[in-house]
Design a protein around this ligand. Structure first.
Ligand code: FPP
Ligand code: MG
Length: 298
């Protein structure tokens, strides 16, 4: 998509303005993702100087958060490529994250006040969400509310802020688009958590079934724990590296108890709520973005 190239060019221009050769080299090593937040912003606000800037700011904040997250999670890969902490070290990943993050905020301070407030507030939530995520790995979490609060803050908040800010720029109904973004974000994280179980390592670009090993009790595991007969066995596998037999048992139980199926249904329900929020807004692309996410092979 040509417009996404414009966003990439804008990011590069912002980093060039930092006058630091190493930052530009590191930028080239970052694997680009699906740019979901930018797609959303451009579908809502159209393609213009302001909306492209907003996309670049949000993508830089997102990239910074992942640079820090890969240090926190000790991840060697990101989107199928070696992560910056694996290629260099933790220090480089943190410092480059800081550069992207602060340059994004410098640019954000020059935008519309309400947009600046909305995005910066979401970054506070994002940071709290990451801390909640880490804290929730201390012991087997069985609270669905805690999981939902965490994924809202960690993932949905910035997507919600992106959609809301785009609506503000375009003088559209900000509350409707914010609700769309929030539900899209929640569904997106749930689907990510489901794919961790259903997809292989190659497709994921990172080891499969890693969440539970890392102590993350995601929605399929929450539902499984509620329903599975041998709770003690499931609890005994928490944060352990799984044998093939254990992996198979978990997957079988996920199917038998319908924990996986109902997790997919929950994500789909949020997706439909997102679509309903913008049904009067005459924005077919938003329906398509959401449908593509939920109507897929799991
Ligand atoms: C990925 O989660 C992490 C996030 C979406 C947010 C990370 C947020 C921070 C580190 C705090 C904010 C920091 C800055 C600099 C703005 P995951 O580990 O579940 O997903 P993954 O599998 O993609 O790593
Ligand atoms: Mg991570």
């Amino acid at each position: 998509m040509e417009e996404l190239q414009k966003v990439k060019d804008q990011i590069k221009d912002f980093v060039k303005e930092c006058n630091d050769k190493k930052s530009l080299e590191l930028l080239d090593l970052l694997a680009t993702g699906k740019m979901l937040r930018s797609k959303l912003i451009l579908k809502i606000a159209g393609i213009n100087e302001e909306s492209i800037k907003l996309c670049a700011i949000v993508e830089m904040i997102h990239a910074a958060s992942l640079l820090h997250d890969d240090v926190i999670d000790e991840a060697d890969t990101r989107r199928g490529k070696p992560s910056i902490n694996a290629l260099f070290d933790n220090k480089t990943s943190i410092m480059f994250g800081d550069i992207l993050y602060s340059k994004a905020f410098t640019e954000l301070s020059q935008m519309n006040r309400e947009v600046a407030y909305t995005v910066s507030n979401a970054v506070t939530l994002l940071s709290i969400g990451e801390m909640l995520d880490v804290d929730l790995t201390n012991e087997f979490n069985t609270s669905y509310d805690k999981y939902l609060d965490m994924i809202y803050k960690k993932t949905a908040s910035l997507i919600e802020a992106s959609a809301k800010s785009a609506a503000i720029l375009a003088n559209k109904d900000k509350d409707k688009f914010a609700l769309y973004g929030k539900n899209l974000g929640l569904a997106f994280q749930m689907i990510d958590d489901i794919l961790d179980i259903t997809q292989d390592s190659q497709t994921l670009g990172k080891p499969a079934m890693l969440d539970f090993v890392e102590g993350k009790v995601t929605i399929p595991y929450l539902l499984l724990h509620e329903r599975v007969e041998d709770k003690a066995r499931l609890e005994s596998l928490y944060k352990k590296s799984l044998s093939q037999e254990d992996t198979l048992w978990i997957k079988q139980q996920m199917t038998e108890t319908k924990a996986l199926e109902d997790s997919i249904n929950e994500a789909k329900k949020l997706g439909l709520e997102a679509i309903a929020a913008v049904k009067d807004e005459d924005n077919e692309s938003l329906v398509q973005i959401m449908s593509a996410m939920i109507n897929r092979e799991f």
